[in-house]
Design a protein around this ligand. Structure first.
Ligand code: EPZ
Length: 421
């Protein structure tokens, strides 16, 4: 199995180009199911999760041409509406085919995803959303079986809790429904915004894009037609991760192809820790702090501080000169990196959903194990600053969501190698 060997403690410098956002690309790939014409996607990140979802679409009968950053997807001849366990178990985001399959084909079955490393992660809100549009949903042999014999009908979806994937499924389900759907307490993440813009361009008019109240004018069964290629937005979490790399290794790093508005909270938190920034168009340079200060973080929905940046900031906070408090409000089990960071010499204490990160003078290399995607990147960040060699195991988590991580870090001067044992 592959692992990463990192020799830490070396200053980095240079430029890194941010890839397209995995979490924007996934719902956009699912939304190609709403069209019977080929759709071109550009700026795709070259990561495993994208290949997994493209494989699922191919299993449903889509014709997929994919080369690293571009894909041409033709869903004109879908032959199956069943998302099988093998794929869904590999990637929870496969649930995103529920809305579009049901909206266009009036029935589908999608395997229940089950739990995952960062928490229970139920899909009840996805199911409630399609039920609000007239679908009948039953659970059979581990599958969500959804049906709307005469097609989905516009309705009101009120989310009790803000959900990114739930909102994405809701807008895709509403897109080909008969009539208007109102979505209340919708997620406002940039990835949701790009999906809504795509559906709007495809013929399902959407009002309120980027707000918590969306109005979707369904096409009454007419497949969408995306007239232009969809260029995936820059990955705000990858960008934030490289900013954390700069902050912890005391290095000036320039990010190219970044959307600064999408990473405002990460920029503000790093400023409060003593870093400064200069921006030039879509390039952003981090100037490291003389001395890193502690930080207080509460994860919340966009535009608040993202849960997907919590682990990386915790890694940076280990070397701050005073204590940091980090509260995780979205997922109940997203602190698995704590014990691994402590193996690298950090001093982190957990109580419930809050971590107290006490300052240490230095981190030291150790053998650690990645537990989920963002936890893995936190271990990479900490290892880059740790004195000596670290080995990070189970890096298949990283491969799911970080495009060419070792290559990009090596370009910045990091001593990082992928090995197998
Ligand atoms: C998306 O997951 C992202 N994944 C996650 O990114 C991200 O951490 C998360 O949003 C929060 O920002 C993708 O976009 C593919 P949610 P999602 O539904 O949509 C609860 C990464 O590292 N909930 O917004 O699954 C849920 O348990 C990842 O790239 C229900 O209770 O997240 C959580 O507490 C991992 N019932 C909260 O809502 C439901 O039916 C928010 O989850 C759905 C969600």
């Amino acid at each position: 199995m592959d692992y990463l060997e990192i020799e830490g403690g070396h200053p980095l410098s240079g430029e890194v180009t941010i890839s397209g956002a995995k979490n924007a690309a996934l719902p956009i790939i699912a939304a190609t199911l709403l069209s019977d014409k080929p759709v071109k996607l550009t700026n795709l990140p070259n990561v495993v999760d994208i290949r997994t979802l493209l494989k699922l679409l191919a299993m449903l009968g889509a014709k997929v041409e994919h080369n690293n950053t571009e894909a041409l997807i033709d869903c004109s001849e879908i032959t199956s509406t069943k998302a099988v366990y093998d794929i869904v178990a590999q990637m929870r985001a496969s649930i995103l085919v529920l809305g579009p399959l049901l909206s266009r084909f009036k029935h589908c079955s999608v395997s229940l995803p089950g739990g995952c490393a960062i928490g229970q992660r139920p899909i009840d809100l996805h199911i409630k959303a399609v039920e609000s549009l007239g679908a009948t949903v039953t659970l059979k042999e581990g599958y969500v079986v959804a049906e709307a014999k005469d097609g989905l009908v516009g309705g009101k979806i009120i989310f009790d809790k803000i959900t990114v994937g739930g909102t994405e499924n809701a807008v895709m389900a509403a897109a080909m429904a008969n009539g208007v759907t109102e979505i209340v307490n919708a997620a406002k993440e940039p990835e949701v915004v790009q999906l809504c813009q795509m559906l709007d361009m495809g013929g399902a008019k959407i009002e309120g894009i980027g707000t918590s109240r969306l109005k979707v004018y369904g096409t009454n069964g007419v497949p969408l037609e995306y007239k232009e290629a969809i260029d995936i937005i820059p990955d705000r979490i990858e960008a934030g991760t490289y900013l954390c790399v700069g902050a912890i290794t005391n290095s000036e790093i320039t990010l190219n192809k970044v959307n600064c508005e999408h990473i405002q909270t990460s920029i503000e938190k790093l400023e409060s820790m003593g870093c400064s920034f200069s921006q030039d168009g879509d390039s952003l340079t981090i100037h490291p702090a003389q001395k890193l200060k502690g930080v207080n973080i509460i994860t919340t929905e966009y535009p608040g501080f993202p849960t997907d940046m919590q682990a990386q900031f915790m890694a940076v906070a280990t070397l701050a000169e005073d204590e940091s408090l980090i509260e995780e409000r979205l997922f109940e089990n997203r602190f698995m990196h704590v014990s691994e960071l402590n193996r690298l010499g950090a001093d982190i204490w957990l109580k419930g959903n809050t971590a107290a990160v006490r300052p240490v003078k230095e981190l030291h290399g150790a053998e650690v194990m990645a537990t989920d995607l963002r936890a893995s990147s936190a271990l990479v960040i900490a290892s880059l600053a740790a004195k000596g060699k670290s080995k990070i195991r189970r890096i298949y988590h990283l491969d799911r969501g970080y495009d060419r991580l070792e290559e990009k870090l090596s370009q910045l001067g990091a001593k990082i190698t992928r090995k197998s044992s």
